[in-house]
Design a protein around this ligand. Structure first.
Ligand code: WT7
Length: 684
């Protein structure tokens, strides 16, 4: 550890020279002001945005201390604005309408497109009008289930423009997950697409959406409109589809003889996006909303297994996503920015759509995957568009590292000045490869720590100011007052490790869990009254750098996607033969963590390959393909305390083959530990 603590990379001079924040002195001064005078600090920033009506009273009002009453956070209440107006109209009115907002790169490199700010605005207005004329009003929830295409950006901004609330569900989620999220958020309108290629794999989005709609109906939610983008007709199919016209499994059921993609159609709810949009006006007045009105709900895994509808409001989120984008990536006009995250996750909300557009930035919107049609795809895109700021995840870096330096060296990446990472702790080896090979040693690496709940970066280096250490997210962003607490709630001062908590609100933080404020309070504010609790542990080194060590609750982080043990266990329990299941995280060289599941079977159950496949499919079906377990182990019994609580720390040790079980004397039957250890699977 000591060697990591001592390895320091100074900010590149060419970045510092013109940076918004160009030294640690400046950072410290700005940070101190943001903590001491939050209203003045964010009040100045708010002046850069358009408000239809200024904030009449308090700029910030809150209670963080659950022992003193309900927790609440309000920024800019009474101020009226619209985030879509600030993303689009503002720039168009300033004469930037012809600037490219997005370059679009399809799954196949032959498929490309671009859209300017004014084109985006017209499209947004058309969709806004269509939705309004179909009864979508201020405060209504619209679900969105789409691939990474321009219409996804248009859909979310159109919803925001008319004061409605978007609930975007990642296009890799299953129909069960989609239905669960639509039901919880009472979404009576869905926007989706017919299908999408991810590398060679075809995802039948409309088919999955149709299953979700029928699940919604069964459970009493009547979805009255499903707007479908006809995407498949305009994309290049992978060569495999053409080569094996008769052999490709997708062909038989989903393509006609001319290789046109087919979808089933229910004319009482389904409407083609293209038809809806073509007849709608491209002028759509903005619906001004209160800064504290909801902007979106985004579901994230919770430790009880039921996903939490994280709710963000308009004004604070707008200020925070824009400001973090500007400072963490040191954005300047002329930059070309490329974030590889899917908009279905918070990273895409804040750093594909809102942060960049609020700053008037030009970005790359990428539909595909890093390894298709070759392992240099990211680098090819960076060269093609002369990308200057690039943002991806440690799992992608580790995947690409495996192919060595050659696929990177084939491309000219000299345009890059800032390289961001997010999603999980980055191991120093991956950080160093990213810096040396991708950045050629000349770019600043920013390891940005944050959460769906925080709305934007909360701990991050600033590229022109912060000397970085590989593996450390470094220092708090403006407005974030970091604190480490020990188990008893005592502050860990100076060097040391503890629970990572924040002392005061920042504009981009979540306001509640949709329809469950109680859960909001118990999850984030109960353990340490007076603090927002991240659920992560962290260490502060001798120089004050923060090193996030990972989750301290029953959460798993697979390729940067959070899952809860309970969520996976309840899926496994739906398999007929399974009696009990316990799931733990196990380190994985590429995914960061993967799932190791211990299952006990009912009387007469047999642990066959077919059952293993059933279990894997069940988890894929209930949650999504990314959640598929890597290890499934038959357990004759599980290590439980006398009160019946499964001792997961022991299972985590077994999963990695470490005999250092600690104290197991409180187990009802300690002998089961040795049996599980003896039979642990070596490989997936
Ligand atoms: C959890 C939040 C925020 C966008 C992606 C994930 C982990 C995220 C880092 C980082 C160490 C990180 C934490 C956090 N995490 N970024 N740079 N270093 N850990 O959003 O699904 O809400 O997950 O991801 O454990 O709590 P999310």
């Amino acid at each position: 550890m000591a060697s990591c603590d001592d390895q320091v990379f100074n900010p590149p001079e060419n970045v510092s020279k013109k940076a918004h924040c160009s030294s640690m002195e400046q950072y410290k001064e700005m940070h101190a002001r943001s903590i001491k005078y939050p209203e003045a600090f964010w009040g100045d920033i708010a002046k850069e945005f358009y408000f239809d009506q200024p904030v009449p009273g308090k700029f910030l009002d809150y209670n963080f201390d659950v022992s003193k009453g309900p927790v609440y956070v309000k920024w800019l209440e009474g101020g009226r604005t619209n985030i879509c107006y600030n993303c689009l109209d503002k720039h168009v009115l300033a004469g930037k309408g012809d600037q490219i907002a997005f370059y679009w790169e399809g799954n196949d490199p032959a498929d490309t497109d671009s859209v300017t700010f004014s084109e985006l605005l017209s499209d947004v207005c058309r969709v806004g009008n269509y939705l309004q004329s179909h009864g979508v009003n201020k405060g209504d929830t619209v679900a969105i289930y789409m691939p990474m295409i321009k219409e996804l950006v248009v859909a979310m901004l159109a919803v925001a423009r008319i004061g409605a609330v978007h609930n975007i569900v990642f296009g890799g989620y299953s129909s069960d997950s989609l239905a669960e999220r639509m039901l919880d958020s009472s979404a009576s309108v869905l926007i989706c697409a017919d299908g999408v290629w991810r590398a060679n794999k075809l995802v039948h989005l409309k088919e999955i959406a149709d299953e979700a709609l029928s699940l919604c109906r069964q459970r009493g939610l009547d979805v009255r409109l499903s707007l479908v983008v006809q995407h498949m007709a305009r994309v290049t199919h992978p060569p495999s589809l053409h080569d094996a016209i008769n052999g490709h499994p997708a062909k038989k059921t989903h393509f006609d003889d001319k290789l046109n993609y087919k979808v089933s159609w229910n004319s009482s709810v389904d409407v083609w996006w293209e038809e809806a949009v073509s007849s709608a006006s491209d002028q759509c007045p903005v619906v001004w909303v209160d800064a504290e009105d909801p902007l979106f709900i985004l579901y994230t895994s919770g430790s009880t297994g039921k996903p939490k509808g994280v709710l963000h409001t308009v004004g604070g989120y707008m200020l925070y996503s824009a400001t973090t984008f500007k400072y963490s990536f040191d954005y300047h006009p002329g930059d070309v920015y490329f974030c590889t995250a899917d908009i279905g996750w918070i990273t895409g909300h804040s750093y594909v759509t809102y942060g960049p557009l609020l700053n008037g930035a030009t970005s790359v919107l990428f539909e595909g995957v890093p390894t298709y049609p070759h392992t240099g795809r990211f680098w090819e895109i960076i060269q093609k568009y002369k990308v200057s700021k690039f943002y991806t995840a440690p799992t992608a870096i580790r995947t690409l590292m495996k192919f060595g330096d050659d696929p990177v060296k084939k491309y000219d990446l000299s345009s890059l000045t800032v390289l961001g990472t997010v999603g999980e702790p980055i191991n120093p080896e991956a950080w160093l490869w990213y810096h040396r090979v991708v950045g050629g040693g000349n770019a600043a690496v920013v390891d940005t720590f944050w959460q769906t709940e925080t709305g934007g970066h909360v701990i991050t280096p600033l590229p022109g100011a912060t000397p970085t250490k590989p593996g450390s997210a470094c220092f708090p962003f403006f407005g974030i007052s970091v604190c480490l607490l020990d188990e008893s709630g005592e502050e860990v001062l100076g060097e040391g490790e503890g629970y990572l908590v924040f002392r005061q609100p920042w504009p981009g933080m979540m306001r509640t869990i949709y329809k469950n404020h109680q859960r909001f309070q118990t999850t984030y504010f109960q353990k340490f009254p007076g603090y927002y609790c991240t659920g992560d542990g962290a260490r502060r080194d001798k120089d004050g750098y923060i090193w996030v060590t990972g989750r301290i609750d029953d959460m798993l982080n697979v390729s940067g996607h959070l899952l809860s043990t309970a969520q996976v266990e309840s899926a496994l329990l739906e398999v007929e033969q399974v009696a009990e299941a316990a799931v733990v995280a196990r380190p994985h060289p590429v995914k960061g963590e993967c799932l190791h599941c211990f299952v006990t079977l009912k009387e007469g159950g047999k642990f066959t390959d077919a059952l293993v496949t059933d279990m894997k499919n069940k988890v894929r079906g209930k949650i999504g393909p990314f959640a598929q377990p890597d290890y499934l182990q038959l357990a004759p019994g599980l290590p439980k305390t006398r009160s019946g609580k499964i001792m997961r720390r022991v299972l985590r040790k077994i999963a990695v083959g470490d005999r250092d079980f600690g104290d197991i004397s409180t187990l009802a039957d300690p002998s089961v530990v040795e049996i599980l250890f003896q039979h642990r699977p070596a490989n997936a």
